[in-house]
Design a protein. Structure first.
Lengths: 369, 1097
């Protein structure tokens, strides 16, 4: 009684192949390509799939059952998924949760995202761990589908995320406002997650602006604070943001950056970023807050990392990842500016670091005294 | 923060005997704690009455007290050892309660002992229901709404506030009388009135009913810098209303969105902070309304628990080990992750597989029980399975249970559901019982929808749909056969958890044919690693499970490897003792340079701690699963003789050259009645007369020859399953009918021509004796110990108290027993352990049976004598001789003669009020304790205190004895009288006492006579000790009611004259001597030589 299997094949640029079956939006000879990364969260697949930071990437979920509680109207992190595909071990054929309104499979189809299920995702993850994130391609290989050769060629042709400006793909086309807090914060949208907006909206009215808006326009409006959002890809490709950030710091406007925003801030300060072997993608990374000594369990999603030594005398380290000792947060010396590499807004993930939004609010209030 | 330097010695309290609700998991946690604390340089003082634990091995603590877990005893230990701190959070409820008693009685203050892990304030907040509720409300967490009322009007106000449905509980009522669930206002009105009437103070508690809500648990850890992490989330398959220990549980949580999960995580941290658990692990339980997501907090345990053991095995994060480190001052970030070694423990494990735990019950041992699951835990063990998906993990769990099931149905045992009409099957599935999952699958197979079944059972539709994947796959597979399966189809079937045995049933082919066809198709399992991190980091720890994927992560080493097969889920008759044996074998063989590979599926145990062996395979112990591991690892030997009946049953199917120790042929020789009889005859060792029967007629012929009473028992079972003593024809007929049917025995494999019934003359009033011995390949036999049972032959040895050294056997008799044991071991060509049971009547010794394998008493023998019998046996099984071990300094002579050790059984009758609390040939105890002291009486008293609490020092003893017990009973009564007890008795017993010149204060009426009967007296609290021996198995008359009353009122109960006499002698000794505590290390050094022996009276 099993329904006909639509045989799928995933081919990595190094030639490694993985068999599976097609799910989501898969038709005929379409090929999904992107940089293959993994995420170790046990719950929160809807948030991950709709996180714009995954633009250009194919997401592998290490937890085998994905789709159990369906998708709902509340948990999207953006208007639509920007990822290039989804790889799972098993997709739920029936969802169960009081909030859910749709099956994940249908959701993927509706948004034109292809997926491949039945993959030995642990083998794939071990491969990515050992050899690093790598471009890949997958598609239907049954009758009327594509060949392994075509998939391999597509994978090799895929540029990955190094040296690509993915922000242009995900930033909002025009400014909009949200929230009704008593302070005004301008948020640069490099691929902003809604969870961040919700957190900022707790204390501020947020004017979300496209990534290309020049700083002069923002400074002219004298906002109470500026926020630099998360986003996809290589920070070195978003050079226009660097000058803008520099101008905002010079103008003395309180500034807070998350993830890509953090990397861009470091570049604006003259620092350098480098690519991690396989990035941090999960909801369980321990980070130490150096000022309190406390450990927070954090949500992470990044492939690039700030080299704190390149910022000697300019910024000081505030947060460190305890797994690999990489930079997770910094404060600019002599300025009202700080940033973190991880995701204090959660969505998905633990709420341990939400105090950072209070810190931002306090920084803004401090500037008014 | 580094380890605390202000502490030098720490008292660790274990959890005592295995009982329902408290099993091996606390040996696992306690053993880890002791190891950690010692490696940190602390002096560890350990108190635990359970000799079958690894933690009470003398090398795990500096001072090991195998003494009763009673406040007076622990006080003596504290007085003697002066520890700086007490760690109460790793020994279950027992340790927690004991620590609280020590705190309340001021002992901790007096001696300046600090409670570490959790303080008294925190424990009280968590344990006191009302206080806990208030505390949760205070910090803004939802709890089930409730209120109390004294009138119907007040009740109506309360229900208007909290809403229906509600549970109504009258105050100050024992046993749940007047409790009920009201779903309509009319029901509420009538139940509230009834409840108010039932309560002596006219008070009812009205609580919002959350039966049918989804149940979740979070395992949380906190360190003293206030860092909190969740180790594991667990979702119950069964909805609220079934005790979590009796629920099928799944990790991680499956049906919570991240938003809901994070809300729960926040609440768990708020809870642990408010309760004030400073360091260590806690378990927080939640209920979630499936209709609107409402979350309420149900309870929290401020200590490690059964769930934390499960969470540790499920994630690879050793909660108890970490809890011990946190208790002495470390913070989570200072401790490396055990598995990655490179990342810190301050993280939240993530997993890339599904874990299912299924409990195992023992209702068949307790006739009269309903088998319905509820809010009181009744299971005796559990199995855990790991699979990549839920269907795989679920099916593996059911075949791990060893109930003769090959998975979730699709096996011969499913047929008993086939005959049920739909209506009946639905009615059954609506009620939570051990069979429910099978009924759910059967309903789906009959075409009922996921929605229908979910509504009927209140089980989440996601789980039901996952089961329907199994059903759908089966329908597909039914159209196939070994010849038509494609590789993809084979893989899919295996990925959904179908065992070769299930496929063999489906296709009517032998399991060997299925296996051969599958291997020919190249479909083999792959082994994955449990690594706490979803493969994000490289794992250092070889902890594996099988699944059916692309990549196999196991790289067999080139070392000499020995595989040890474990004992599977705990059950009555096969529990912690066998795990102890497997663990000891692993320790000994690792020391000897072998690489050890453990295979087991019981999450509670030390054997499934990945530190125990070089490699751990968390797998079912079935032929298919074991054969797969053999293929992957290519061991040079397999040990089947230490895990009880489970691995032994597989011995015949495994390659004979790999089975180390006694051969499968010898094992069979000892089990095969005809050949065994011939062997005994050849050795000229007397046996009770008897024979084998397959029918009632056969049995009758034997009885004619040997005469009543006879002992009737099936062959190849453990724990005296279905064993009975028969005194007349009617009972013989009933018993034979029960046995020849595919009845309760069915789940143990049924009765067949190869498994006949044994019918033997039963030797009344004989003394039963057990011997554990080791024989090496040169033929040398080491007698571990000769144990004399307190209860006479006829009470199952597992339920009987026994004594080392034997107090009543003459040196000549002991010599005969040792000689017989040597001859039997030689004749059976034993290589390793052998246990022989004897009945001694007068001066004649009869052999009852011999088992060439580890017995339940081996750990007790080791603790009593100081000889690590299993370690010796394991080496011998791999070819060492006793002489070589002696030379290597591994085998010292036993320390006996200076002290006496008594093992006492612990029975679960308090959990099964419907069952008769009487001892018989079928084993029903769940655990054991040891009492050790300088005389038999003192050791026996300690064993009684440890098993059930102290015997009274004064008051009234109620005696009611069967005729055959009256001689011994009068001896006991005489001593009770001397001790100042007042005696009351039923007419016949009273007459016997008076004839013997013993005064009887009062005659107690039989239940159907005029006057005060025993039940009345017990209920009124006028009786302090009951001695009631049953008169065969006639209609349930007085005896059963009296025993039930004693159980209900917690009055000490002795059901044999011999135990009454032992108790009386013990009480006499006890009254003369002050309580002394000594360590096992002291006993084993033999410092208590008789000549140094001086009473301090």
């Amino acid at each position: 009684m099993t329904t006909a299997i639509r045989e799928g094949l995933l081919v990595l640029a190094d030639g490694t192949t993985f068999e599976g079956e097609m799910i989501g939006a898969s038709s005929g000879d379409a090929i999904a390509t992107g940089e293959v990364v993994f995420n170790t969260v046990l719950s929160g697949y809807q948030e991950v799939i709709t996180d714009p930071s995954y633009a250009g990437q194919i997401i592998t979920f290490t937890y085998p059952h994905i789709g159990n509680y369906g998708v709902n109207d509340f948990d999207d992190e953006s208007a639509r998924p920007f990822c290039r595909g989804v790889i799972v071990r098993d997709i739920a054929r029936r969802r169960s949760n009081w909030r859910s309104t749709e099956n994940l499979d249908a959701f993927l189809s509706r948004h034109g995202i292809a997926g491949i299920a039945g993959v030995d995702t642990r083998r794939l993850t071990r491969h990515l761990r050992d050899f690093g994130a790598i471009p890949g391609a997958f598609g239907y290989v049954g009758d009327g589908g594509v060949s392994e050769t075509a998939l391999k060629a597509a994978a090799l042709a895929e540029p990955g995320t190094d040296g690509v400006d993915l922000v242009a793909e995900v930033t909002c086309p025009r400014p909009y406002s949200i929230g009704n807090g008593h302070r005004r914060v301008v948020a640069y949208d490099f691929g902003m997650k809604r969870s961040i907006l919700r957190q900022l909206g707790e204390f501020a009215t947020v004017d979300v602006v496209p990534a290309w808006i020049p700083a002069s326009e923002i400074i002219a409006h004298r906002p109470d604070g500026v926020f630099l959002s998360n986003g996809p890809g290589d920070p070195a490709m978003v050079e226009h943001a660097v000058d803008n950030i520099h101008a905002i710091i010079d103008a003395g406007i309180p500034l807070f950056g998350i993830c890509l925003g953090h990397q861009l801030m470091s570049r604006a300060l003259g620092g350098t970023t480098f690519k991690l072997p396989f990035g941090h993608h999960g909801g369980n990374h321990p980070v130490r807050n150096l000022s309190t000594g406390q450990i927070e369990i954090t949500s992470q999603n990044h492939n690039f990392c700030v080299d704190i030594d390149s910022l000697a005398g300019v910024a000081e380290l505030t947060h460190v990842n305890l797994n690999d000792q990489t930079v997770e947060g910094m404060r600019v010396i002599g300025a009202r500016a700080f940033s973190v590499q991880y995701h204090p807004e959660a969505g998905p993930g633990p709420h341990d670091a939400r105090y950072l939004f209070d810190d931002f609010s306090a920084l803004i209030e401090g500037a008014h005294k | 923060m580094p380890r605390r330097a202000d502490l030098e010695s720490i008292l660790v309290i274990g959890s005592g005997p295995i009982v329902i609700g408290q099993a091996c998991e606390f040996d696992y946690s306690g053993t880890q704690a002791c190891r950690v604390l010692r490696s940190e340089g602390y002096r560890v003082v350990l108190a635990n009455s359970n000799p079958a634990t690894i933690m009470t091995d003398p090398e795990f603590a500096d001072a090991t007290y195998v003494e009763p877990l009673h406040v007076d005893v622990i006080t003596r230990i504290i007085d003697r050892e002066r520890p700086d701190a007490i760690l109460p959070t790793l020994g279950g409820q027992t340790a927690l309660n004991l620590a609280m008693e020590l705190h309340r009685s001021g002992v901790l203050d007096t001696y300046g002992v600090e409670m570490i892990g959790a303080n008294a304030e925190a424990i009280e907040t968590a344990e006191d229901r009302e206080r806990f509720k208030q505390a949760m409300i205070e910090v803004g967490l939802a709890v089930p709404a409730s209120g109390s009322a004294h009138t119907l009007d007040e009740s109506m106000d309360v229900v208007a506030r909290i809403g229906l449905p509600v549970i109504i509980r009258p105050a100050y009522i024992l046993g749940g009388k007047g409790t009920g669930i009201a779903s309509t206002i009319d029901e509420f009105r009538s139940l509230a009135s009834l409840g108010l009437d039932a309560s002596p103070i006219s008070e009812i508690l009205i609580e919002k009913s959350i039966a049918g809500w989804k149940e979740f648990e979070l395992e949380v850890m906190r360190d003293r810098a206030d860092n909190c992490v969740v180790i594991c989330s667990i979702e119950n398959f069964d909805p609220m209303g079934v005790h979590t220990g009796d629920s099928i549980t799944v990790a991680p949580a499956q049906t919570l969105s991240d938003v809901e999960y994070q809300q729960m995580r926040d609440a768990a941290f708020t809870c642990i902070r408010r309760v004030g658990v400073e360091t260590g692990g806690s378990n927080v339980q939640f209920a979630v309304n499936p209709r609107n997501g409402d979350q309420v907090i149900i309870e929290m345990n401020p200590r490690v628990s059964r769930s934390s053991a499960l969470a540790s095995k499920a994630t690879g994060f050793p909660i108890a080990k970490m809890a011990a480190k946190l208790a002495v001052g470390y913070t989570l970030d200072e401790i490396p992750n055990d598995i990655t070694k490179k990342t810190p423990a301050s993280f939240e494990p993530t997993i890339d597989y599904v874990v299912t735990k299924v409990p195992r019950w023992a209702f068949e041992k307790f006739p009269g029980t309903s088998g319905v699951l509820g809010t009181s835990m009744q299971s005796v063990g559990e199995a855990m399975a790991i699979g990549r998906t839920f269907p795989e993990s679920f099916q593996k769990a059911f075949r791990s249970l060893e109930l003769g099931r090959s998975g979730l149905n699709c096996d011969p045992a499913e047929r008993k559901l086939d005959s049920l009409p739909d209506s009946e099957l639905k009615a059954k599935a609506a009620i939570a019982t051990p069979d429910r999952a099978f009924q759910v699958e059967a309903l789906l197979r009959r075409g009922f929808s996921v929605e229908d079944v979910s509504e009927l059972t209140m089980i989440d539709p996601w789980f039901i749909d996952q089961i329907s994947i199994i059903t759908d796959e089966r329908a597909h597979l039914a159209t196939k056969s070994t010849t038509t399966m494609s590789v993809r189809e084979w893989r899919r079937a295996k990925q959904i958890g179908f065992s070769d045995a299930q496929l063999s049933y489906l296709w009517s082919q032998s399991e060997a044919e299925v296996r051969a066809a599958r291997l020919a198709a190249g479909v083999r399992p792959t082994f994955k690693t449990v690594d706490t991190c979803g493969a994000e980091f490289a794992a250092e720890t070889p902890y594996h499970y099988s699944t059916w994927e692309d990549e196999d992560e196991v790289r067999p080493s080139t070392r000499q490897k020995v595989m040890i097969l474990g004992s599977g889920p705990n059950r009555i008759g096969q529990g912690i003792e066998f795990d102890y044996c497997c663990v000891h074998a692993s320790f000994a063989l690792r020391d000897a340079g072998f690489e050890t590979i453990m295979v087991n599926c019981n999450p509670e145990t030390v054997s499934t701690d990945y530190d125990t062996s070089d490699r751990l395979y968390f797998e079912p112990i079935t032929y298919e699963d074991v054969a797969n591991i053999i293929d992957a690892e290519q061991p040079m030997g397999i040990i089947v003789g230490l895990g009880g009946q489970t691995p032994l049953k597989l011995a015949g199917q495994l390659p004979p050259e790999l089975v180390k120790g006694t051969s499968a042929a010898s094992i069979d020789l000892a089990e095969d009645r005809e050949r065994w009889n011939a062997l005994c005859a050849r050795l000229e060792i007397p046996q009770p007369a008897g024979g084998t029967a397959q029918t009632l007629a056969d049995a009758a012929v034997i009885v004619e020859r040997v005469g009543y009473p006879v002992l009737v028992r099936p062959s190849y079972v453990l724990g005296g399953r279905a064993m009975e003593i028969i005194y007349d024809d009617a009972s013989l007929e009933r018993t034979m009918n029960e046995l020849s049917r595919f009845g309760t025995l069915g789940i143990e494999g049924g009765l067949s021509a190869e498994r006949p019934v044994l019918v033997d003359r039963f030797l009344e009033d004989a003394t039963e004796v057990d011997v554990d011995a080791v024989r090496d390949h040169t033929g040398e036999v080491l007698i571990g110990a000769v144990m004399e049972h307190v209860e006479e032959a006829g009470v199952h040895s597992g339920d009987s108290a026994c004594v080392i050294p034997p107090p009543h056997l003459s040196p000549d008799t002991i010599a005969v027993i040792e000689d017989y044991t040597r001859r039997i071991a030689e004749a059976l060509q034993v290589r390793g352990l052998v246990n022989v049971q004897y009945a001694v009547k007068g001066s004649q010794v009869f052999v009852i049976e011999a088992n060439p394998r580890a017995s339940r008493t081996v750990p007790f023998v080791a603790k009593a004598t100081g000889v690590p019998l299993v370690k010796i046996a394991a080496r011998v099984m791999l070819g060492a001789t006793l002489d070589e071990l002696r030379e290597a300094g591994l085998l010292a002579p036993p320390v006996v003669g200076d002290h006496v050790a008594v093992k006492e059984a612990v029975l679960p009758f308090n959990r099964f009020p419907e069952a008769d609390a009487v001892l018989g040939p079928e084993m029903r105890s769940t655990g054991e304790v040891m009492g050790i002291d300088l005389t038999t009486g003192l050791a026996f008293m300690k064993s009684q205190i440890a098993a059930g609490g102290p015997l009274p020092e004064k008051g009234t003893v109620f005696l009611s004895l069967a005729d055959r017990d009256k001689v011994l009973g009068c001896e006991a009564a005489e001593l009770f009288h001397q001790l100042g007890f007042s005696l009351v008795a039923t007419a016949g017993t009273a007459a016997a006492l008076r004839t013997a010149g013993i005064p009887v204060a009062k005659l107690v009426a039989k239940l159907d006579e005029e006057g005060e009967d025993g039940v009345d007296l017990i209920n009124r609290g006028e009786i302090h000790l009951v001695v009631n021996s049953p008169r065969g198995r006639g209609p349930r008359a007085d005896g059963a009611h009296i025993r039930a009353a004693a159980q209900r009122n917690n009055v000490p109960l002795l059901t044999t004259a011999s135990s009454a006499l032992a108790a009386a002698l013990g009480m006499l000794d006890w009254s003369r001597h002050r309580l002394q505590v000594r360590t096992l290390q002291e006993y084993h050094r033999g410092v208590w030589r008789a000549e140094q022996f001086g009473w301090e009276d």
